[in-house]
Design a protein around this ligand. Structure first.
Ligand code: NAP
Length: 335
């Protein structure tokens, strides 16, 4: 009997079973046995002799890791954002990098709207108030929040998730939607969604709710900082489900303390899992632990998608969700 060797894959953390089951049909799979983020040395040890790496946004895949196994046929991220991977280095080594776009769009847009509504209507504060036994009866001034219907929402980055948020705002809440994109207006999208382009500063000045949906890169890092808080309305609420480093978090804490803006609702943090000092003491900050895509259905789809990317690459096919340009000539599937 011929013994055909299966390609070897290292998975940096347990992901939903359907993804692992699919991988196991085609590959020998080694999964991090610990329920924690691995150290760099542990990842280097894990990828040794492997054909593929399936990693998470919590893994910083840098040159040291990539150079430790330049024979990897793919680095498959279990996320749509891939700022945790040094893509230019992977490209230099002709290693395809993949992500999981689309399957988490609605889920993340839903969380964005949940955060917007919870912050505007002070739901967490209200819940804490009840549990603390402070409710003594209905009051005309009790827990007054901010109206949502009919207000202006400013969307920064009108891609997949930004557009899904726009749909919810227009169709569900009759909101006026303005958006900013680094490439300027998108007339066809404007027509389809019923949204209007605004310059960055104008959006900050006009919006009652500002929501961030850009990828993290050199242009978007600290895109919102002290100057930008100075332009926002004192009644504005900022929502971030993109990446923590898009906001200067220290400047945000200052802005919230000084009342430069009314509130912030955050899923992501600059130095995750840490937070800027003082953030968790503010009543006008709503903070959740990076749960944008955290539904059973979506995480399962992400696992399957990441597995499909790995399987294609180890079979020398172009993976469906390739994010870098690796010339096939250079890649040669590394046979
Ligand atoms: P996407 O479809 O690529 O949308 C990003 C949009 O931002 C694109 O329209 C892009 O324009 C635009 N953009 C890029 N740079 C910009 C800049 N400097 N100024 C203004 N706009 C800019 O990505 P997506 O699927 O919507 O995801 C967006 C981000 O959300 C991801 O990168 C990820 O970091 C984050 N995310 C977080 C969670 C979570 O759990 N909290 C879940 C999913 C995603 P171009 O295409 O023209 O560059």
């Amino acid at each position: 009997m011929i013994n055909i060797k299966k390609p070897k894959v290292f998975v940096t953390r347990e992901i939903p079973k359907p993804g692992l089951d699919l991988l196991r049909k085609f590959c020998d799979v080694e999964v991090n046995p610990h329920d924690r983020v691995l150290t760099k040395q542990e990842i280097i040890k894990g990828v040794k002799g492997k054909d593929a790496l399936l990693c998470l946004l919590t893994d910083n895949i840098d040159e040291e890791i990539i150079a430790s196994n330049p024979n990897l046929k793919v680095i498959a991220n279990y996320a749509v954002g891939y700022n945790n991977i040094d893509v230019s280095v992977a490209t230099k080594y002709s290693i395809p990098v993949t992500n999981t776009p689309g399957v988490l769009t609605d889920t993340t847009a839903d969380l964005t709207f949940s955060l917007l509504m919870c912050a505007a209507r002070r739901l967490v504060e209200s819940d804490n108030f009840m549990r603390a036994g402070k409710y003594k009866g209905w009051g005309p001034m009790l827990m007054l929040g901010h109206e949502i219907t009919g207000k202006t929402i400013g969307i920064i980055g009108l891609g997949r998730i930004g557009s899904a948020v726009a749909k919810r705002a227009v169709n569900g809440f009759n909101m006026k939607v303005i958006y900013y994109e680094h490439d300027g207006p998108k007339p066809e999208v404007e027509k389809a969604l019923g949204v209007k382009y605004a310059d960055f500063d104008e959006l900050l000045k006009q919006a009652d709710f500002i929501t961030l949906h850009v990828p993290l890169n050199d242009q978007t890092k600290h895109m919102v900082s002290t100057k930008e808080f100075g332009l926002m309305k004192s009644t504005a609420i900022l929502i971030n489900t993109s990446r923590g480093q898009v906001i200067n978090e220290k400047a945000l804490v200052e802005a919230l303390k000084k009342g430069k803006i009314a509130g912030a609702a955050l899923d992501v943090y600059e130095e995750e899992p840490a937070m800027a000092p003082g953030l968790n003491e503010l009543d006008n900050a709503l903070i959740v632990p990076h749960i944008g895509s955290a539904t059973i259905e979506t995480r399962t789809k992400m696992a399957t998608m990441a597995a499909e990317n790995v399987i294609a690459a180890v079979q020398c096919k172009v993976p469906p969700n390739l994010v870098n340009r690796v010339s096939l000539e250079q890649w040669k599937c590394k046979i």
